[in-house]
Write a new protein. Structure first.
Length: 235
């Protein structure tokens, strides 16, 4: 897993001063998180949040959702490939993150069904289909599929089952800075980075300094002063 390699490198390099240099993948084994998105990504705002939908990863059918603003990724294993099953997943996702204004998808039968279109229409969501036989027009989804396939394939070779591989990949993906935004998807969407195993390797000094700075700020805002006491002083 990418996270395990990151932890090993963090331990190995903790005692050195070093610079990070990019090496093209044909000269070095690049992991699944190092791929750049295909094509030019258009700028988007929260007023025009889109979700790009793509399915079919490996032999298992999954539903992939990616938000074009934050690049937040959701991957769902689909037990049934019906329009009703897709609508159920979308309903649960929208309940957590709110309704998007526009959804991009391919022309698959699930996304062309009346049940799917009615659900979108009832929630005021614009449905847009990508060009037929032109995957590059759905670049964000195509890139997500490629990354997902590579990560899952390697994880399952290491003994993980599909569900464990998906969840581990999502945790890593959401915590890594995205190439076009320069910010981790979790930071944009949740205003924080979820705690990961890599955080266990970081020194607690930074946390203690932040806590101390916050305490000093509270004292200053309350009009107080920082006082020190010696053993035996009356308080």
């Amino acid at each position: 897993m990418a996270a395990s390699r990151m932890q090993r490198w963090a331990i190995l390099l903790s005692g050195y001063s070093y610079e990070v240099e990019y090496i093209h993948s044909d000269k070095n084994a690049a992991d699944a998180l190092s791929w750049l998105p295909a094509g030019k990504v258009k700028n988007s705002t929260t007023e025009k949040t889109k979700e790009v939908i793509k399915n079919h990863v490996s032999k298992d059918v999954v539903l992939i959702l990616i938000d074009s603003t934050s690049k937040w990724l959701e991957i769902f294993q689909m037990q049934r490939t019906t329009a009703g099953a897709v609508v159920k997943v979308l309903r649960e996702t929208f309940a957590r993150f709110g309704l998007p204004r526009e959804v991009f998808s391919d022309h698959g039968p699930l996304f062309s069904s009346s049940e799917y279109k009615d659900f979108m229409n009832n929630n005021g969501i614009k449905v847009t289909y990508t060009a037929i036989y032109h995957p590059a027009s759905n670049g964000a989804a195509e890139g997500a599929v490629k990354l997902c396939k590579r990560a899952i394939k390697k994880s399952m070779q290491d003994g993980y089952d599909l569900d464990a591989a998906l969840q581990s990949y999502l945790l890593d993906y959401r915590n890594v800075e995205y190439s076009t935004t320069g910010v981790a998807p979790a930071t944009i969407l949740q205003k924080r980075r979820p705690h990961s195993r890599l955080d266990l390797l970081r020194s607690d000094v930074r946390i203690e300094n932040k806590v101390q700075a916050a305490q000093m700020k509270q004292i200053a805002q309350a009009g107080g002063s920082n006082r020190s006491f010696n053993l035996g002083d009356k308080v």
